[in-house]
Design a protein around this ligand. Structure first.
Ligand code: DP6
Length: 341
């Protein structure tokens, strides 16, 4: 039995659009921050026993089906790389060949609302791939494991690393070079504080429709993102918050513009999201240097990244003034106390 814990990640240059739906290959590179595991993470226990008669999985204590293609891809890819496991003290001996016949029980738990649009699938599939890899003594490194997690959910590949992570889109048709690498570890830019304003709603993914109908998506993938990736890598390297904030906000806004350019249009942000953007923009313009970056994924929750603790305190005061928790506008706040990890 193995238990692993994996945090979620928030993209600052977004992944939106696949060139291969089955292998989950993206149309552009993306960059994310991995959050502190104490706030938004998945804990997964995987167990194997000759007494198990089928693969089974429980998510937040409720049994879910493993028949979906994404789960099956991850299980198949890990099983194909399984190695012998031997522990004389515990009397355990499982050979490479045994793994194909043995069944698994998987129990996964999210410490945040699964349907809050906070990329629970990212933490979930990263944790699944990592835990299974450990159980089956898979020798692949984190980047190679990320290519397996990717087949569960694209954004999951970025959760195999802490700190700042880049998902390289890759060129190969079989997806072997579409994997995550760490740009900088969690200690690199310690000042940043992440505040997430949560409104609990479920989100649906419209990525496929965007690829089919949005001309802006084509333009973004070819002309905009490659340059932005280089600029973002530079901003992270130099801890340049002004550029980091400008790029993060612009990329989030363009992602939502792509959603609006999709037919039928997709609306992930709500009035509260728009008000939070206005407050952040106004505040940044009233200061000598930007104090906060905002980004929104496929849901209305604002992820706000403050340049340092002082800015975070001021940000939280503003948010509490305009949007008290448990109001119609907002359910709660999650504060990345130790910034990224
Ligand atoms: C808006 O990784 O959830 O959060 O690959 O279909 O599982 P699938 O999609 P998913 O998409 C996340 C999109 C995003 C932006 C991002 O995380 O880069």
């Amino acid at each position: 039995m193995v238990t692993a814990q994996t945090p979620t990640n928030i993209a600052v240059i977004k992944y939106w659009g696949k060139r291969d739906e089955t292998l989950i290959l993206p149309v552009n590179d993306s960059i994310s921050l991995t959050l502190d595991p104490s706030h938004l993470c998945t804990t997964t226990t995987v167990a194997v026993s000759s007494a198990f008669h089928q693969d089974r999985m429980w998510l937040n204590a409720k049994e879910i089906s493993l028949s979906g293609g994404r789960f099956q891809s991850c299980l198949r890819e890990i099983r194909a790389r399984a190695c012998d496991v031997e522990d004389e003290n515990k009397g355990i001996k499982i050979t490479k060949e045994d793994w194909a016949k043995l069944h698994l029980h998987i129990a996964s738990y999210n410490n945040f609302p699964t349907a809050a649009g906070l990329a629970s699938s990212a933490a979930g599939f990263a944790c699944l791939a990592y835990a299974l890899g450990k159980l089956m003594n898979v020798k692949e490194d984190e980047s190679q494991l990320s290519a397996i997690a990717r087949q569960g959910s694209g954004s999951a590949c970025r959760s195999l690393f802490g700190g700042f992570v880049k998902w390289i889109m890759g060129k190969e048709d079989n997806g072997s070079d579409s994997l995550a690498v760490q740009l900088a570890d969690e200690k690199h830019w310690d000042d940043l504080v992440i505040v997430i304003a949560v409104k609990e709603t479920s989100s649906t993914s419209g990525m496929c429709e965007s690829v089919e109908t949005s001309l802006l998506l084509q333009h973004r993938a070819k002309e905009i993102v490659p340059k932005r990736i280089l600029q973002m890598e530079e901003a992270i390297k130099n801890r340049d918050f002004a550029s980091f904030s400008q790029l993060t906000c612009a990329d989030s806004n363009q992602f939502h513009a792509v959603c609006l350019d999709t037919s039928p249009p997709i609306f992930y942000m709500n009035d509260t999201s728009h008000r939070i953007i206005s407050i952040a923009e106004k505040w940044n313009r009233s200061e000598e240097a930007p104090q906060v970056a905002y980004t929104f994924d496929a849901g209305p929750n604002a992820v706000l990244i403050a340049r340092n603790r002082k800015a975070a305190t001021s940000l939280i005061q503003r948010l509490l003034y305009y949007f008290p928790p448990n109001s119609d506008d907002l359910s709660s706040y999650i504060i990345g106390d130790k910034s990224i990890a």
